[in-house]
Write a new protein. Sequence first.
Length: 207
Amino acid sequence: MYVPLEHPRFVKAQRDIFVKPVTPDCMSHRCRIEREHGRPMLDACCRYGVDVDVGERDAILAHAEDITEIMEPGAATSPWFEGPESRDPDFPSGRYVRTATRGAGCIFLAHDQRGCAIHRASLERGWAIDGVKPHVCRLFPLSYESDAIVLSDDYADYSCAREPGAPSVFRATRAAIEAVFGLELVAALDAAEASVLNTWLQLAVIG
């Protein structure tokens, strides 16, 4: 089910983003794959790699020296991206590539700690992740279509979707939404969230 948005590009949002939870801190969460009977696997959502806008790819390569210093030697010297560029008007540049995988996950997981080497490099070297770390990763488990903000298809596959007391997907990703799409979309989603939560409160009172 969708709720309308007052926004020039995104005209609707999936209602579940305002009520479904997700852990606010990936690095402290002990990930499990729910559809595999709760099998433990840290950083499980990163295991397939990710589509990367070519502008983000170029920004990653511009920071290659910092990222390489963090990665395992074999991963640092392997190709980071695979396949030819593909076209998709939903991406900022209209073109994207996919990160390579290594072992059980995205190649950027190949370092001596958890999480993304791109994100870690930005923290340790002091540069902003805006426009560098793939926006698909920054938004997860939020996603988007040509005119809609939605939950990622595999949201329910991971235990982070079942963290007790966790904030809603929208609340957990609100800062990333602002960084990727701007304040106008955040304002539209804030208004939609208020409408959804008000409706839920009214139904609870009636019930």
